[in-house]
Ligand binder design. Structure first.
Ligand SMILES: Cc1ncc(COP(=O)(O)O)c(C=O)c1O
Ligand SMILES: [Zn+2]
Length: 441
């Protein structure tokens, strides 16, 4: 199955067709190549009922993913919860809010498991024995784990100054971790040279057309989990800008193949101010991206100074009536805490970026309070624990004595604001329904 659905690669700029090989740029205009499908055939072949009857993984949208045979890597990836986030909605002063929770994606707790399962399934079809990536951390984790599980040799190249957990979470799988003294852009350039010289399958270089399509599954799942409709607003963190463009592509494809009726939707992008080339371009009303030479933010997973899909991301935001925002490190930490304390979801710094940017977009009226909103929360908080470690307090220490516990509790009950006692975080308790509280972030 499949060969007939995924037809070819196609240049995003000139539309020229290319064979389904490990290539990623057009020879004529250097435009990026993208997977193309026989949508008429897919429309005749799939239905909501057929999809719903399949196992709960991202592969239930198999016809719209770019491999020829059956998937062989990452069969369990995806179909993460779409959480109706009523307490966070109240805190932000909006009516209908959901969190697409990829902090619990399998196996490495980020949305990158989606792109890697497609890239490595395709890498095997193309006969690669060594796979590799340039990564800001999460991609490295996922390539390392999925390559180990598939018995493929792997090399992951990362900036040397990543969070400890991200490094550890690659090393443990026995992959070759190469730390580069430099920013992500320099890592990426080196990887292009290595791919050319050694002929390895770099998931986000020569296998990028396949890899990138995996991100669509986040969009397909949102649609299905909402009862086959698109949310009016989707807020997406941006590094290269690929995930944002692919969520839009998923919404468009679902319409094209008849899974949903045509609906209006806006896609909004979120970045950290310390590395916000896409957000800056969008705000300036241009699609010309000015590279950031020295990213400076705790959101290291989003720190890409020259975003490969930045131009396309700006265009998606413009065409869907979406907006871009960016936030400071302090706002990112408040965003992480707000999500954790309202919904019990611990996100990494990229998640804090998404929550804090969503708050800004709501407060400035770019996202109306009475429309449906999905926040894409893309990685787990334990991966970036050091970013919040000094901002969340510490345990109170006592001896194993009931008397000491009694006096601790007594001191707390007299000191802590009312909101905490009935299980409400003070910040959420302070917000009135229908409006946001400026003290939240
Ligand atoms: C947690 C997390 N969220 C979002 C992104 C953004 O991905 P993209 O490069 O597709 O914009 C990344 C990229 O590394 C990431 O690690
Ligand atoms: Zn071209």
């Amino acid at each position: 199955m499949g060969t007939e659905f995924f037809s070819q690669l196609k240049c995003r700029e000139c539309g020229r067709h290319y064979p389904k090989k490990a290539i990623h740029v057009c020879e004529f205009d250097f435009g990026p190549l993208e997977a193309d499908y026989d949508y008429d055939l897919i429309k005749r072949s799939i239905s909501r009922a057929a999809i719903e009857s399949r196992p709960q993984s991202m592969w239930r949208y198999r016809e719209l993913l770019p491999i020829d045979g059956e998937p062989t890597v990452g069969l369990q990836v995806g179909f993460t919860p779409l959480v109706k986030a009523d307490r966070l909605a109240k805190a932000l002063g909006v009516k209908e809010l959901y969190v697409k929770n990829d902090t619990v994606n399998y196996p490495t707790l980020s949305f990158k498991d989606r792109v890697v399962s497609v890239a490595l399934s395709r890498a095997r079809e193309l006969g690669f024995e060594v796979v590799a990536c340039a990564s800001t951390g999460n991609l490295a984790n996922s390539v390392a784990a999925n390559a180990a599980g598939a018995g493929l040799r792997s090399y992951v190249l990362i900036p040397a100054d990543l969070e400890q957990s991200k490094v550890l979470n690659s090393l443990v799988y026995g992959t070759n971790v190469i730390g580069i003294h430099g920013a992500y852009d320099q890592v990426n350039r080196l990887c292009s040279e290595i791919a050319g010289k050694y002929g390895w399958g770099f998931v986000n270089v020569n296998l990028r057309p396949y890899y990138a399509e995996g991100s669509k599954t986040m969009g397909f799942e949102i649609i299905e989990q909402l009862g086959w409709r698109t949310p009016q607003h989707t807020v997406v963190p941006m590094a290269s800008g690929s995930l944002l463009t692919k969520i839009c592509k998923a919404y468009q494809e679902a319409t094209k193949v008849g899974l949903i009726d045509e609906q209006r939707f806006s896609v909004h992008g979120a970045q950290a101010t310390g590395c916000s080339p896409i957000s800056v371009a969008h705000k300036a009303g241009t699609d010309l991206i000015r590279p950031v030479q020295k990213p400076k933010t705790i959101a290291k997973s989003l720190a890409i100074g020259t975003p490969a899909d930045g131009y396309y991301a700006v265009n998606v935001m413009r065409d869907t009536n979406g907006s871009a925002e960016d936030v400071s490190d302090a706002e990112i930490i408040e965003g992480i805490k707000l999500l954790a304390q309202c919904e019990g979801i611990f996100a990494e710094t990229a998640g804090g970026v998404t929550v804090a940017c969503a708050k800004k977009l709501i407060d400035t009226g770019k996202i109306p309070r009475d429309e449906s909103i999905v926040l894409c929360i893309t990685g787990h908080g334990l991966k970036t624990a050091e970013a919040v470690a000094e901002h969340i307090g510490a345990p109170r220490l006592i001896n194993p004595s009931l008397r000491e516990f009694d006096s601790l509790l007594h001191a707390e009950l007299t000191a802590v604001p009312a909101g905490h006692r009935n299980g409400q975080p003070a910040i959420a308790g302070a917000a009135r329904a229908g409006e946001s509280d400026a003290s939240l972030i």
